[in-house]
Design a protein around this ligand. Structure first.
Ligand code: URA
Length: 232
């Protein structure tokens, strides 16, 4: 990463505004190799700088796996509060570029959500041509009708209001009222609409996996850093 002016670095990585930066540097809060960096116009590579003794967070861009709890909206609109961003460090929301979720989960859906500030990565992971397989754990209110797996796999299921049918999706029935669905696209409320269209309203929905990534033991509301290589 190229060197940045320290006032730019502090504001770009969400620590403080450019106006506040001179007070931060003057107070000796930024160091490189044990030396205080005292001037805001001084330049340094973000990877080399410590702020209050800690490395600059995500100096090459932010990519984390987040366990979205139920009840939170994937939105930045305060009118939709509570928001997933309320659960993430406030400093992240002051970064430039500002991190966002790769795709969305409904307020009433829990599970694996990726958060990044990398626009091209998001485009690659969500574009219909490259859609990564997502795995959903579904519970429904009514018994599954016969032939449901074949219906979802057919590539002919046309949801109301859509111009194109759903891409073929794999369904594994795991219980009398529970199933796992593997999808390679992300139409609006797609899982709920697919099941509802066949007379099976969804009662709970959880995204278990995004490609090869799973939440593991990560509790709801927690996050962990991942590398772009893990998304291959
Ligand atoms: N499909 C849905 O219906 N809701 C989600 O949150 C994700 C996929």
């Amino acid at each position: 990463m190229p060197e940045l002016r320290l006032d730019t670095l502090l504001s770009q990585f969400g620590y403080c505004s450019r106006r506040e930066a001179p007070a931060w540097t003057k107070a000796g809060r930024l160091t490189r190799s044990g030396q205080a960096l005292l001037r805001p116009d001084q330049r340094a590579a973000p990877e080399e700088v410590l702020v209050d003794g800690s490395p600059v967070e995500f100096p090459r861009g932010l990519l984390v796996l987040f366990h979205k709890p139920l009840g939170y909206a994937c939105s930045r609109d305060p009118a939709e509060s509570p928001l997933i961003y309320d659960l993430l460090p406030p400093r992240w929301s002051r970064r430039l570029p500002c991190p966002f979720s790769i795709g969305r989960l409904d307020r009433d859906t829990s599970g694996l959500l990726l958060i990044t500030d990398d626009g091209p990565l998001c485009h690659r992971l969500t574009s219909p041509r490259h859609e990564v397989e997502k795995t959903y754990e579904v519970a429904v209110a009514a018994p599954f009708p016969p032939g449901l797996a074949a219906c979802f796999a057919s590539g002919t299921l046309l949801l109301r209001g859509e111009a194109k049918p759903c891409l073929p999706a794999r369904l594994e029935i795991t219980g009398e009222r529970s199933a796992r669905l593997f999808l390679r696209e992300g139409k609006y409320h797609q899982v709920r609409r697919m099941f509802a269209s066949q007379g099976c309203p969804v009662t709970t929905l959880h995204r278990h996996a995004f490609g090869a990534l799973t939440l593991g033991e990560l509790p709801p509301g927690a996050w962990r850093q991942i590398s772009p290589g893990q998304l291959a």
